[in-house]
Design a protein around this ligand. Structure first.
Ligand code: USQ
Length: 395
């Protein structure tokens, strides 16, 4: 495995390069001088349209993005339109690019979308699990020590009463005997379960063939800017509807549109949140500092823990100071989840790599999001109907 020193460049293939995280990571790595290629089947664009919504800020198509990167950053990625569940197509891209690392974002990433009905659940299961298995085989067969950087989720753990370790294995006593087992997981949607299954498959591939992997357990991400997104032509997608938007992004859109912020249930649900900029910085650090060859490295990726009620208060406070009349409502929770619970998470890997500088206060980030969204108020307003959650966990 190539060990990078500052200034070294490496070849990175991003699967899911057209998405919320995939595109800004492309920009971040290009700006760092890395050679970047991307593959995407553009599923998210179609699936968001399927639920009657669109990106809250306009985004270019994949070819336009390549041109904009070339013009504005001086370098651009190679883009392949393709589907990771098509093994031959994936293998072809990997054998052509010969990447040092493959970042895998090419999964259906919405919990509500996976809960719509049996068709959406089955799509999520097959797309996510088959894509990861294909990647494992393509990397194994390439015979090269390519780091697999896999986007998992903090939601794999659920909300247990124990402190969540940053580890794959844990010692425990069962029926009076000690053994080492994988850390217990209890996911809260079909989508989140696919990530648990992926983790098991990655661990097994690591044991079998020594596939080097970083398995990222990331919390919900918010924001629409990074330091590389300096021009609207470089915008990444920004989802806000009931199926595709994450909580803080949704609150910001609701505040801009004068709708009450939709806290699900009591609002005591705590998660590990991070901004888009933090997510990019964490991914860059993990790519530039790979694990030992043959290593499996689980990473808990978040910045700070907040409850969803606290986040609503922050948006109300910041929005109020910007002259917005922000109201909060506790709506009936469409999900089956604990609304008051213990939540403590271990995080050692990212701090050990230098991820400890709090770049911005969360309220400053909220202000930036509200400012960035203001010019798109009428565009957002056209999709107002898609904002309230429509997908219920209990049918
Ligand atoms: N929530 C609200 N109001 C809303 C939307 C959500 O109170 O308007 C609550 C949800 O009930 C939940 C929490 O906010 O308790 C988080 O929901 P979310 O929609 O922001 O995030 P989630 O569905 O968990 O999924 C998102 C990403 C997913 C990623 C995950 C990380 O879509 O891809 O894996 O965050 S985590 O939540 O840590 O599992």
């Amino acid at each position: 495995m190539l060990q990078l020193v500052p200034g070294d460049s490496t070849k990175v293939l991003i699967l899911g390069s057209d998405g919320y995280l995939g595109w800004p990571l492309t920009l971040r790595l290009l700006a760092r001088g890395h050679e970047v290629s991307g593959m995407d089947n553009l599923f998210t664009r179609r699936a968001v349209a399927e639920v009657g919504s669109t990106s809250g800020v306009p985004i270019l198509g994949p070819e336009g993005r390549v041109r904009a990167a070339k013009e504005l950053l001086g370098s651009s990625p190679t883009f392949y339109r393709g589907d990771v569940t098509n093994y031959k197509a994936l293998e072809k891209v990997i054998s052509k690019e010969r990447p040092d690392a493959v970042v895998h974002f090419a999964e259906q990433r919405s919990a509500p979308y996976s809960m719509i009905d049996e068709r959406h659940a089955a799509y999520t299961m097959s797309n996510n699990i088959v894509g990861t298995i294909n990647l494992i085989y393509a990397v194994m067969k390439s015979g090269r020590d390519t780091q697999v950087v896999k986007m998992g989720t903090m939601g794999e753990f659920g909300t247990p009463n124990f402190d969540i370790p940053e580890a794959a294995w844990v010692d425990t006593k069962i029926n009076g005997k000690m053994d080492t087992i994988t850390v217990p997981k209890w996911a809260g949607s079909w989508y989140h379960w696919t990530k648990v299954h992926d983790t098991n498959n990655l661990l097994f591939a690591n044991r079998l063939w020594g596939i080097t992997s970083t398995d990222i357990m990331q919390g919900p991400v918010y924001g629409l800017r990074t330091t590389d997104i300096t021009d609207p032509r470089l915008f990444t997608r920004f989802d806000f509807d009931g199926d595709w938007g994450t909580v803080l992004n949704r609150y910001c859109v609701e505040a801009v549109l004068g709708m009450p912020l939709t806290v699900h249930g009591k609002g005591g649900q705590v998660r590990g949140f991070l901004s888009l900029e933090d997510s990019m910085e964490a991914l860059r650090l993990l790519l530039e500092n790979p694990p030992e060859p043959g290593g499996y490295r689980p990473v808990n990726q978040f910045r700070e823990l907040y409850s969803v009620a606290e986040l609503a208060d922050f948006v109300k406070d910041v929005g109020g100071r910007m002259g917005l009349d922000v109201k909060i409502t506790n709506i009936k929770n469409p999900r089956v989840e604990k609304e008051q619970h213990h939540y403590k998470v271990e995080s050692k890997v990212l701090p050990s790599l230098g991820f400890n500088r709090l770049k911005k206060n969360i309220k400053d980030e909220i202000r930036l999001i509200l400012e960035d969204l203001a010019p798109y108020k009428s565009r957002l307003g056209r999709y107002r109907k898609a904002i309230m959650p429509r997908t219920l966990w209990k049918k």
